[in-house]
Ligand binder design. Structure first.
Ligand code: RIB
Ligand code: CA
Length: 327
């Protein structure tokens, strides 16, 4: 079976960790490398968390540190940051949050990051690859946007780009925007305009890519480190979703980034999609980071396939089958 070459760009975070595990545990893929970016946590933490996950399952895969912040967004102090609570201390004194600071449930990292920056590594790796590479971008798209600015010709070496980002009827970081696009709107606009074959997987799809309390119990029953780790972070994400953003299924949590991997394995997990022209609002104001789909009959040429709903049973069944492989 010919393996599909992947590069994952992550802001590891708990759902990024599950996407990384699913990619590494799928024989259909050859993970060429993982680049890290600031997002869910500052860059040192997203990189440290990524090193723990990759070191545990595939220490031969390069991990390369990327950008510590957005391209230009934070140059303007007037641009707002997330206007919603992302963590609170509950009545028992426990922290309820979508992401933990450190994956201390996993062994300390057995590998170190490469001595180069993700922007240079992306340009060199793409241009030297004999086969085209699929990019899976599941954090703010700062690294790949900067790489495109450095050498636009790298897009000729890209097979496809799968992006977790945006939201059309669903949002999270503000009344208009999804987190990855909100954190670096200019980067998202640059990537969406690069001309590659882009699959956009927004919150409209990922809010139905969930694991439930029943899945937590099943993963615990495996008695494996991966099963226990994913069960624990899923349980914490369920608490966070119940507290901050209850989903369609009670006691469930979205595993946003993992849907990108499941899509690559089985596109039928997406039950509704349409090609369209998506552009990003930037420059501040209430719509900063908003993803806008041009629905006019005179719309501009499509720049991506927008995924709008998910078969939640197929998602969770496929993801658990993959994660159960880890011994
Ligand atoms: O909005 C969800 C996205 O933002 C996910 O990629 C999550 O990991 C965070 O990066
Ligand atoms: Ca992410």
């Amino acid at each position: 079976m010919k393996k599909r070459k992947l590069i994952l760009d992550v802001d590891t975070g708990t759902d990024d960790a599950i996407a990384l595990m699913a990619a590494i545990l799928s024989p259909e893929f050859e993970v060429i490398g993982v680049t890290t970016v600031a997002g869910n946590l500052p860059l040192p933490q997203t990189t440290a968390n990524t090193l723990r996950v990759v070191g545990l399952l595939a220490p031969e895969i390069p991990v390369v540190r990327g950008c510590a912040g957005p391209l230009v967004r934070d140059l303007d102090p007037r641009r707002k940051y997330c206007d919603n609570e992302e963590s609170i201390i509950d009545e028992n004194g426990d922290c309820i949050a979508f992401h933990v600071e450190e994956f201390d449930m996993l062994p300390p990292a057995s590998i170190r990051e490469r001595e180069t920056n993700a922007v240079c590594w992306l340009v060199e790796t793409l241009k030297s690859s004999r086969e085209r590479i699929t990019l899976v971008l599941v954090g703010p798209q700062t690294n790949f946007a900067a790489a495109l600015r450095a050498d636009p010709s790298i897009v000729e070496h890209v097979e496809q780009i799968v992006i977790m980002g945006g939201g059309f009827e669903e949002r999270n970081s503000s009344s208009a925007a999804e987190f990855n696009f909100f954190m670096d709107p200019e980067a998202a606009q640059i990537v969406l305009g690069c001309g590659a074959d882009i699959i956009l997987i927004p919150l409209d799809a990922t809010h139905h890519a969930v694991l439930s309390a029943g899945d937590v119990a099943e993963m615990r029953s495996w008695n494996t480190l991966v099963g226990s780790f994913v069960a624990q972070i899923t349980e914490e994400r369920i608490k966070a979703y119940n507290t901050f953003q209850p989903l369609f299924k009670p006691d469930s949590a979205s595993m946003h980034d993992a849907l990108c991997i499941i899509y690559l394995l089985d596109p039928s997990v997406i039950t509704k999609s349409q090609r369209g022209h998506v552009e990003i609002a930037f420059g501040g104001g209430a719509s900063d980071g908003q993803s806008v789909l041009d629905r006019r009959s005179c719309a501009q040429p499509a720049n991506c396939l927008v995924c709008l709903s998910t078969d939640d049973e197929k998602f969770s069944r496929t993801l658990l089958t993959i994660l159960k492989r880890a011994k």
